[in-house]
Structures are given as C-alpha cells and as structure tokens.
Design a protein around this ligand. Structure first.
Ligand code: CAA
Length: 282
C-alpha cells in the first residue's frame, strides 16, 4: 500500500493524514470545504512542531511529512489512485452512506474502504457498497499522533484478509491495533460513554461539582483527563450521538443520555469546539 486517501479534514481526518504521511505514505486529504483543508494543514504543521520540539522527529522529517500530503476538494479525483481509503467525515449516518456509495463507485475495485466512525455500524456502511468483504472500521483515538490504540472493527462481511491487512497497516504506523466485532459502540465507546454519562448524571444530581468530579477520576483513577473535561475534548454533540447509538442499538435504559447533556447540546454548548461545555474555553 502506498497511496492513501483520507476523507474529511477535521480533528480526526487531519490527525490520520498526519500519521500516514509521517510514515511515508502518499496521502490525499479530501474535504468539500477549502478553508477546512487550509486549517487542517496548519494544524498538522503545529502538531509536527510539537514533535520536533520534543525531539521525536527532525525538521527534515517534518518537511517530508508535509510534502507527502496533497489537499483536494474533488473526491472522485482524490480517490482514483488510492490503495486504501479512510473516511473521517462528520458522525452522521446518511452522510457516511452517501460517501461510501460514491467511494465504491470511484475507487479501484481492489481498494479497501475503512471508516473511522466511533459508533456507526460497519455492517450498515458496507451494505451500500458492492465490496462488503473490503469494508472495515479503523477507529483512531484523539489526538491521533499521540494515542496508540486503533480499534479495528470487523463488519459482518469483512474478510479475514482485509482484517489482517488493516491490523498490519496499523502496526506500520506504530499503533497498537485491537480487533473487535461490530456491535453498538464497539468496545471503546461502549465502555467510555457510560462512564462519561454517569459523570454527567453525578453533576446533574448535584453530588459534586465539575472540578470535583474530574479531580476524583484524575487523581483517584490516574485518568489523564477527568470525564467531563474529556467529554468537552471529544465534543458533547459527539458524546450524545454515540449514547443514542448505544441506547437505540441495545434498547437498554442504562444507556439513556443524561437530560443535562441533551440540554447542553441543544443550547449549542458542545465543549472545546464551541468555546463552552463543562468548562469555558473563550
Ligand atoms: N499532536 C502531536 N502531539 C500532541 C498532540 C497532537 N495533536 N496533542 C498533544 N501532543 C503531545 C504533546 O507534545 C505532549 O508530548 P510530551 O508529553 O511527550 O512532551 C503530550 O502529547 C502531552 O501533551 P500536553 O503536554 O500538551 O498536554 P497533556 O499532558 O495534558 O496531554 C493529552 C494531552 C495527550 C490529550 C492527554 O490529556 C490525554 O491523553 N487525554 C486523554 C485523551 C483520550 O482519552 N483520548 C481518547 C478520546 S476518545 C476518542 O478519541 C474516540 C471516540 O470515539 C470518542
């Protein structure tokens, strides 16, 4: 595999493009929004600077990484040569289904199509393509250049060969891949989101304040961020969407999103990206 296309240049997309380019792959980073692409290249530059400062990469490696990335707004053109495509668009089912239908039409028949979805069914995504065996989940964690885990999600039709290829590809990026099956929330978010939701319920029921809840989890359980700070970092809208997938998928009231989370998202308080969540970022 040499040519990689990444669809979507937001936080996850630019992180994924960064890591592939750093390990020598030719990356086409595709987004319908030209300004978003410009912002993504800026962000990648800043994150590479952190690595240079830290001494994990050199200035030359930084320049090579940037050189390995081409930005495009035309998806058909951007995926024509790709051996592997990873989609990291907004977490919206209809949008992902549309993208995968198009990718199936535009990409080489032998290309593997992956989604970085945090909770949408890979089996459902694969069902709109004619290459179910070659569709898989490749779920990176934020910040992508820092976090070691890749959750590799096998849809119902994903072949052993595709799974082995993506496990191997993840290792080439110096990540630690873990293979899981396609059920709501997979493993990462099935466990993480109920914890975040419980932290929000703890606040909602006035058991303790924001900082107290986060301090308990940071200092008591050695989490790098408290659950409320982490929810702001992930995006409260994303947390709500994932909890809804869990709630709908299992039909179990234990996954019902806390009314406070619903109110905050409805009011536009989405965490770091909106400037206001459990903490203020303005
Ligand atoms: N790119 C490259 N390097 C980065 C970076 C980025 N985007 N962000 C941070 N870093 C590096 C820094 O250079 C720094 O390196 P050293 O410590 O080696 O010098 C290191 O990461 C730590 O960064 P900071 O000192 O700026 O800040 P920090 O110590 O507070 O750590 C953090 C930041 C890595 C984000 C840490 O707080 C953390 O691990 N938080 C939890 C992250 C987490 O749980 N992510 C998963 C979210 S869930 C998800 O992504 C999936 C989903 O489906 C919702």
């Amino acid at each position: 595999m040499k040519n990689i296309s990444v669809i979507g240049s937001g936080t996850m997309g630019n992180g994924i493009a960064h890591v592939f380019a750093q390990f020598g792959y030719q990356v086409n980073l595709i987004d319908i929004n030209k300004d978003a692409l410009e912002k993504a290249i800026n962000t990648i530059g800043k994150n590479l600077d952190r690595q240079v400062t830290k001494g994990t990469i050199t200035e030359v490696q930084k320049a090579e990484t940037i050189k390995n990335i081409t930005v495009l707004t035309d998806m058909q053109l951007g995926v024509a040569n790709a051996d592997f495509i990873v989609e990291a668009a907004t977490e919206n089912l209809d949008l992902k289904l549309k993208i995968f239908k198009d990718l199936d039409a535009f990409a080489k028949p032998e290309a593997i199509l992956a989604s970085n979805t945090s909770s949408i069914s890979i089996t459902k995504i694969a069902s709109v393509t004619n290459r179910g065996a070659k569709v898989i989940g490749m779920h990176f964690m934020n910040p992508v250049p820092v976090m070691k885990l890749v959750e590799v999600i096998r849809g119902y039709a994903t072949s052993n060969e595709t799974t082995a290829t993506i496990m191997d590809l993840s290792k080439k990026l110096e990540k630690a891949p873990v293979e899981v099956n396609d059920y709501p929330g997979f493993v990462a978010n099935r466990i993480l989101m109920p914890m975040i939701n419980e932290a929000i319920y703890t606040l909602y029921e006035n058991v303790a304040g924001v900082e107290e809840i986060d301090t308990v989890m940071k200092l008591g359980m050695a989490h790098p961020m408290g659950p409320l700070q982490l929810a702001d970092f992930i995006g409260l809208d994303v947390c709500l969407a994932i909890l809804r997938v869990l709630h709908d998928g299992f039909g179990n009231p234990k996954y019902a999103p806390c009314p406070l989370l619903i109110n905050m998202v409805t009011a536009g308080n989405k965490g770091i990206k909106s400037g206001e969540g459990f903490y203020n970022y303005s």
